[in-house]
Each structure stands twice: as C-alpha cells, then as structure tokens.
Design a protein around this ligand. Structure first.
Ligand code: CMC
Length: 433
C-alpha cells in the first residue's frame, strides 16, 4: 500500500479566504504549523492561554511523549541515564549535546571543582532576612546577586568563553549556596566545599556535616541524590524553562535568567508541589488517614483542594520519572531502615485515585513530585528545602535551554493578545463622574 506523502503546508480558511502556512516536522514526527506570518497574511493571531498547544521553539535537548510516557535527553532515555550516569555527566550532556568521554568528563569535573567557593560577602545578605524566610525566596535573591559579584560577565552576547565560565560558575556554586541555605536556617557555621569530593558528595558534606563532629558520607545518600538530581535535570518547555528562555530573550544576564527560572519553579503547580505533597500527606495522616475523604475533596469542583503531585500538563500516562522515584523510594527507605507512615498513605492515595473514574477519565497520574519528598525527608532535608533541591537538579536544563535560545539568536519573546476591554472613551473630570 502506498503511504500518504507528508504535506509541507497547512491550509487555513478565514472568512472564506484560504491561506497556506508551512508545516515543521520534528525528528520524532511531531508536527508544528509555523504561524509566524499568520498575522501579516491575515490580520489574525492565534490565542492559546497557558500555551497549552503552542510550540514556543524547536529544540534538540529533550524529547517527551506524554501519551506514551517517554522522556529522553539528547536521545538517551531517562531510565538509562538515571540508572547509569552521574549528575555531572547528564549536565554535560544537556549543555554540550553529547556524552563526555573520559578526558572530557575529567576536564569538566575539574573545572566545576575549581569554582565551588562563593564570595564571603554573600553571607551579609542573610543578615537582612528575618528568621524563617523561605529558602526559595532566598535562592532567587542569592543567584541574582551573583551578577553583582561578576559584573564583567553580564553581556551574554559579548564573549562565548566568558559565558561558558558563567555556566561553570553557576553549576559549581549552586550546591554551595543550597548548603548555605540549610546551615543559615539553623544558625550553624558553614561547611566549606571540599574539592577532593565529587559533586554530590561535596554537596551532602556541606549540607549534613557539622563542624563539631565527623561525618561519613553515606553511599546510599549519594546514590539517591544523584538519581534525584538526574530525574529533575530537564523537562523541555515547562513553566520555569520557558521563563528562563523568555527572560534571556531580552539579553538579560544568565544569573538573572536562572533566578527568574527559580521564581517560576517555586509555585505549587510547578516545582513547589513537592513541598505541598508532604504537607498534604501529613495533613491526611493527622486527620486520621482517611484517603477517600481527600479523593472526594479533590473531585469536588466547589473545593479548591487538588491532589498535589498528581496530574501533569503533558503526561497523560504515568510520568516515567515518578515510576523511577517510586521504586527508589522503597529501596532507599529500606536501605536506611526508615519506616515513614506517609509512604503508606501515598501508596493508598495513588491506588485509590488510579481506580477512580475522575482520575482515569482525566488521565491524572502521579508526577515527579509525588514520591520525591518522602526520600528527601528520609535523608533529613526539611520540607521547605524540597523545591530548592528541585532547582539544584534543574539548573543544567535551564542553562541548556537558555544556551540553545542564545546560540540561535532567537528574537525577544513577546506574545500578542486579543484586547477585550473598553473601546476609546473620553476622560471625564473627577467632579463630573
Ligand atoms: N487534582 C484534582 N483534579 C485535577 C488535578 C489534581 N491534582 N490536576 C488536574 N485536575 C483536573 C482539573 O480540575 C481538570 O478537571 P476538569 O476538566 O473537570 O476541569 C482536569 O483535571 C485538567 O486539569 P488542568 O488544570 O486543565 O490541567 P493543566 O494541564 O492546566 O494542569 C497541573 C496541570 C500539573 C498544573 C495540574 O495537574 C495540577 O494542578 N496538579 C497538582 C500540582 C502538581 O502536582 N504540580 C506538579 C507538576 S509536575 C512538576 C513540574 O512542574 O515539572
């Protein structure tokens, strides 16, 4: 049988007139309609609130098929990467488009180790914050403040080598800053980076070592943290990555772009969900553990309650990251000998939801945030730190997305709108209103 040939044009009819628009095909046969000339041809714009159906860019970083539950970075499946790679290897892959060979990896690793210290003056910023400030707010500010410490690196189009240094600085300093947030929240002295340690071990050491005691880095922690960071490393054009790209499109410096990405991630519908999941599971436990009651609440359209860690804009199948995390969660808690009653509540909640027509019809499955918090908690991270850990993992993805946008010299992001307000009216002086 002859297969239909691929068309290179879409036809659109507006008020009886037909217009042709070019089609763009992805390497996985995704189809896009290039509407960039639509307005000049027809006077019309497309409307897609929440960008539910808008491709904002072509990209060769991450491929995601939400119907089939597939996630690949630069062609490598997330399952393969999570099982076999180190986080720094995945960061290299995302940013450079290929896996490093042994020499490239060693160079990359050394370059990162050379940048782990942060300027001591950065600690002064903490003095301005009241105790109990949320670490995500602090993280946006601290990352943005790096622009003050490196004022020569602010022009992303001036010097490519300089921008590569900025990228290495960000990747190297982020764990130091995240560990600093933990220590400052407790009022404990900082633990400085140890450049003889690998990326993840160094982070754990700075976070959990106490100046007064010896600390042995647990290989179970290293393995878990490495996997969690990889699972969060990129997720194509999500809310925070799109934010990073759009801020970068105005030629803002990379520190500002990443800071904006962190702010976007903070929201409970995005990365902030991992904190909300644990709070929800705790609340269910405190309330007697009645899972059905909360399923009913989530289904009730008059109740604002949503099942946190459930549902996803693009996954209409089990989130492959959640599948890996769920398995790791059992393994890690077993290895650590931790029994967390909220894990049983989470499993019961998942089982009940997946058997319920409301969730089945809407194709709502657990997402990456549903089980990750249980692992973080078993490792000893406070709940406010969970989204910060998401940001630590997502950093190379944001950088890769930003770099792709910059290398292609993409135009400033500036959507159109359909105005639905008042038409022209005359100003009436206040005494006559
Ligand atoms: N609990 C109950 N109902 C839900 C949920 C949920 N968690 N998620 C979606 N729905 C319902 C929603 O009410 C709607 O129902 P109806 O068609 O009757 O109006 C339908 O499912 C479609 O939902 P939507 O809000 O149109 O979907 P969206 O693509 O705009 O939102 C989402 C996706 C992730 C924001 C949403 O599923 C949600 O709020 N989930 C909870 C928060 C969460 O876990 N976020 C983390 C996402 S994964 C981490 C990351 O950001 O990368």
């Amino acid at each position: 049988m002859e297969s239909a040939s691929k068309s290179d044009k879409a036809r659109l009819e507006i008020n009886g007139k037909t217009y042709e628009l070019p089609l763009i095909y992805g390497t996985e046969n995704e189809i896009g309609i290039d509407i960039s000339t639509l307005r000049s041809q027809t006077g019309a714009v497309t409307v897609d609130i929440g960008y539910k159906n808008t491709g904002s860019t072509t990209s060769s970083i991450t491929y995601l098929d939400g119907e089939k539950g597939i996630l690949r970075h630069r062609g490598y499946s997330i399952e393969d990467l999570a099982e076999n790679a180190t986080f720094l290897e995945v960061a290299y892959l995302l940013i450079n488009g290929k896996l490093p060979n042994a020499q490239e990896y060693s160079d990359w690793d050394n370059q990162i180790r050379n940048h782990t210290l942060v300027n001591e003056d950065m600690q002064n910023i903490f003095k301005a914050w009241p105790t109990g400030s949320h670490p995500m707010g602090q993280l946006t500010a601290l990352i943005s403040s790096l622009s003050s410490f490196y004022p020569d690196s602010l022009d992303p189009y001036r010097d490519v080598d300089d921008q590569h240094r900025t990228i290495r600085r960000l990747i190297a300093k982020m764990p130091t800053i995240v560990a600093m947030l933990m220590k400052k929240a407790k009022g404990h002295p900082l633990i400085y980076p140890s450049n003889n340690l690998d990326y993840v071990s160094n982070f754990l050491n700075m976070t959990f070592k106490n100046v007064t005691e010896d600390y042995e880095i647990d290989p179970v922690f290293v393995e878990a943290m490495n996997k969690l960071l990889i699972l969060h490393a990129d997720h194509e054009q999500n809310c925070s990555a799109s934010t990073v790209r759009i801020v970068g499109s105005s030629h803002s410096n990379l520190y500002a772009c990443i800071s904006a990405g962190i702010a976007a991630l903070w929201g409970p519908l995005h990365g902030g969900a991992n904190q909300k999941v644990i709070e929800m599971l705790e609340a269910i436990k405190e309330d007697g553990g009645d899972v059905t009651k909360y399923i009913l609440k989530a289904k009730d359209k008059d109740d604002p309650f949503r099942l946190m860690g459930f549902g996803h804009r693009v996954y209409k199948n089990y989130d492959p990251r959640a599948r890996i995390i769920k398995k790791s969660c059992d393994d890690i808690l077993n290895k650590l000998g931790v029994q967390d009653p909220i894990l049983n509540i989470a499993k019961e909640l998942e089982e009940t939801a997946l058997a319920d027509d409301y969730f089945v019809e809407r194709k709502l499955f657990p997402n990456v945030d549903f089980y990750s918090g249980i692992i973080y908690r078993a490792m000893g991270f406070p709940v406010e730190m969970f989204t910060v850990l998401f940001a630590l993992g997502r950093l190379p993805g944001w950088i890769a997305q930003w770099q792709e946008m910059r290398d292609e010299n993409q135009p400033i992001g500036r959507p159109r709108q359909i105005y639905v307000g008042e038409v022209n009216r005359e100003f009436v002086p206040m005494q006559n209103r």
